[in-house]
Design a protein around this ligand. Structure first.
Ligand code: HEM
Length: 284
């Protein structure tokens, strides 16, 4: 049974595409390294890129159930575990690169993890992802029972928070990527909140886009305000200077707003009179 097979052992094109795509970021990093584009510190640069991809894949795995429900695309759930395991693979490479960065001095790696807060946080997130990876098999779902398994796997939201915290803490001056990822995470949590209250229409999603965009702008302003003491209103104003750069808040707004047409598409795809099927107890 290959990762791209469905439960009946047949080739599932969606699984194959996603499986192959998961290798692309790693191949891209390897290619840049080979080309010398990561110089002068290839290990550090690769460490950064693999860390960033871990967070992106983690959030992508969390976005699968909402998108599945919004677009009425039940099969999307087939690739959720694969994307989550992809995040785990990237973080293991990330840790491996850190070991290389520390010249294979494992004692130093351990003591740095214990002494540096941002590394402790990252390591806790990694341990959590390993635990979820190990328990992600069908056999484990059967052994734990669906309810306990769901409860255990909802820890993934806490792991996402730890991951974002780790990314923020290690960032020097530019926190655009962690801010963008945090904004998307806020949108995901907002969606869960709305979903539980049956707010699932296009208007609710448009409202979520505005809310998540504003929250992202505020998080960014607060971070720069606290870290650098810069005038918060100037950071907020930068969101409007689209001719200079598109700030994370606008990206978050646009990405969440893209769910509105997806919702219409989902309604068109859903059998008449039926809403998109959703898991009863959770929005995951
Ligand atoms: C789930 C767990 C983890 C996630 C999601 C994660 C994610 C990230 C992210 C997003 C970055 C910043 C990338 C960028 O700025 O472009 C980063 C940087 C980094 N991470 Fe992690 N990480 C995790 C665990 C770890 C662990 C276990 C270690 C090592 C023990 C580690 C060591 C580092 C280091 C050294 C940096 C770069 C810091 C610097 O340049 O000074 N991370 N990580």
């Amino acid at each position: 049974m290959f990762p791209w097979n469905d439960r009946k052992g047949r080739l599932a094109p969606l699984k194959l595409i996603v499986f192959a795509s998961l290798f692309l970021p790693g191949l891209w990093v390897a290619f840049q390294w080979w080309q010398g584009d990561l110089a002068p510190k290839p290990v550090t640069e690769a460490l950064h890129q693999t860390g960033a991809w871990t967070v992106r894949l983690l959030l992508l795995s969390l976005a699968i159930t909402p998108v599945r429900s919004i677009a009425h695309w039940p099969r999307l759930v087939d690739v959720r575990r694969m994307v989550g395991l992809g995040a785990l693979a990237y973080v293991l490479i990330h840790l491996g690169l850190y070991v290389v960065d520390q010249k294979y001095d494992l004692w130093r790696v351990v003591s740095e993890i214990a002494l540096r807060f941002y590394l402790t946080i990252g390591f806790l997130a990694l341990l959590g992802l390993v635990a979820l990876g190990v328990t992600s098999t069908d056999a484990m779902v059967a052994r734990l029972g669906a309810q306990r398994w769901n409860r255990l796997h909802s820890v993934v939201y806490l792991l996402a928070v730890l991951s974002l915290f780790h990314a923020f803490l290690q960032a020097r001056l530019d926190v655009s990527e962690p801010v963008l990822m945090t904004g998307l995470f806020v949108a995901l949590m907002g969606y869960r909140f709305m979903h539980a209250r049956q707010w699932r229409g296009p208007l609710a999603l448009a409202g979520l886009a505005v809310f998540a965009g504003l929250a992202t702008a505020l998080i960014e302003a607060a971070w720069y305000g606290v870290k650098t003491g810069v005038d918060v209103s100037r950071v907020l104003a930068a969101n409007l200077a689209v001719d200079v750069a598109i700030r994370p808040s606008l990206w978050v707004f646009a990405i969440v707003l893209a769910l509105v047409p997806l919702r219409f598409l989902g309604r068109a795809r859903a059998p008449a009179g039926r809403a998109a099927p959703v898991r009863p107890a959770s929005a995951r």
